[in-house]
Design a protein around this ligand. Structure first.
Ligand SMILES: *Cc1c(COP(=O)(O)O)cnc(C)c1O
Length: 355
């Protein structure tokens, strides 16, 4: 738990606004396992339409949404292809092995982005020696890549290969909203080449809880089965769905502010001696920068003392994420606080860190 004034750890820290809370307490609810929660039904319809798909299913987390997505398209011993630092592989507790029993084939990308040519090289012929490749997963924007946007043309080329090879294509679109606001490409256009897309309401959009998987009627019917099996069948969850619906209707456009704040932060950091960053790599709300003379965990610990929370992402790499919880005036203070922290040699203890 951080009590710091400027919290740049993640866009998951967002809390509901008063208007969102009002929508939540006034929600009409029912038993969603029986399909009787009108607010969840409305959220699912709204999300499916926005993404241009037939159906959607509400879930408690992005992790469950991705893992159900994998299970929908695979059987144990199948192979899935994903980027080497994909959230599904890196941050979901080994879910692909435990919940779907699949093999992961990794493609190293450029800031999280691999191309159609990279995918082509990773494919192998059908042969009893090899696991059956069933699914390709992309991530847009790419979290560990630094909030990078998947170019629409590359997504389409990859979609073309998947159709030719009869592979399914899943998008981890936890931050798809950010990609859409930054590029002007609509959610439906970005979703079009994919069989399933997972989206999060609880990151930059600011809802307290919730994600959804969208796809064809058949794949979402199968997803409902696995959601129940994985323990994600909720009852009167319309109260939280109302927060998600409010976020979808009112908080998408404001993500542009987070992107501007990230740019301001990156530009301010660029001129600090001992910090390395190319502001051109900052495409959305994630700012990744490097330290030259101090370890990243030590700088993070020093900044914490100055009231700034961010995460070490490697021995010399830090991540700052803008969201509706940080104001521009706060972001503008961060570069000078980094400078002060770099010069400060009072001892601080570094918590155990992993990346
Ligand atoms: C946050 C995130 C998720 C889902 O995370 P939950 O905390 O389980 O909701 C999935 N994919 C990416 C890329 C993310 O950043």
């Amino acid at each position: 738990m951080s009590n710091s004034a400027i919290d740049l750890r993640s866009d998951t820290i967002t809390k509901p606004t008063p208007a969102m809370l009002e929508a939540m307490v006034n929600a009409e609810v029912g038993d969603d396992v029986y399909g009787e929660d009108p607010t969840i039904n409305e959220l699912e319809d709204y999300t499916a339409k926005l993404l241009g798909k037939e159906a959607a299913v509400f879930m408690p987390s992005g992790t469950m949404t991705n893992q159900v997505g994998l299970r929908v398209h695979t059987e144990p011993a199948d192979e899935i292809i994903l980027e080497s630092q994909a959230h599904i592989y890196y941050y979901e507790g080994g879910g692909p092995a435990a919940l779907s029993g699949v093999m992961c084939r990794l493609i190293p990308g450029q800031n999280g982005i691999f191309t159609a040519a990279d995918l082509q090289k990773a494919l192998h012929p059908a042969n009893i020696h090899f696991p059956k490749t069933k699914l390709v997963c992309l991530e847009n924007t790419h979290n560990r890549g630094g909030g990078t946007i998947y170019p629409l043309s590359t997504v389409r080329e990859i979609g073309q290969i998947c159709r030719e090879q009869a592979l399914k294509l899943h998008l981890d679109g936890a931050r798809l909203w950010n990609a859409c606001v930054a590029t002007g490409v609509s959610e439906a256009e970005y979703a079009e080449p994919f069989d399933t897309v997972s989206v999060c309401f609880s990151k930059g959009l600011g809802a307290p809880v919730g994600s959804a998987l969208v796809g064809s009627k058949a794949s979402i019917a199968r997803a409902r089965r696995f959601r129940k099996m994985f323990g994600g069948g909720m009852r009167q969850a319309g109260f939280i769905a109302a927060g998600a619906l409010y976020a979808l209707k009112h908080h998408r456009q404001r993500l542009a502010e987070d992107h501007e704040n990230a740019k301001i932060l990156a530009t301010g950091l660029k001129d600090i001696a001992g910090i390395k960053i190319d502001p051109a790599t900052v495409q959305t709300n994630i700012v990744i920068f490097e330290t030259e003379n101090i370890s990243a965990p030590l700088l993070a610990a020093k900044l914490q003392e100055k009231g700034v929370s961010l995460l070490a992402m490697g021995e010399n790499k830090l991540r700052a994420v803008t969201s509706l919880m940080v104001r521009r005036s706060q972001v503008e203070q961060v570069p000078s606080l980094v400078e002060v922290a770099l010069q400060d040699d009072t001892k601080v203890s570094i918590p155990l860190t992993s990346y």
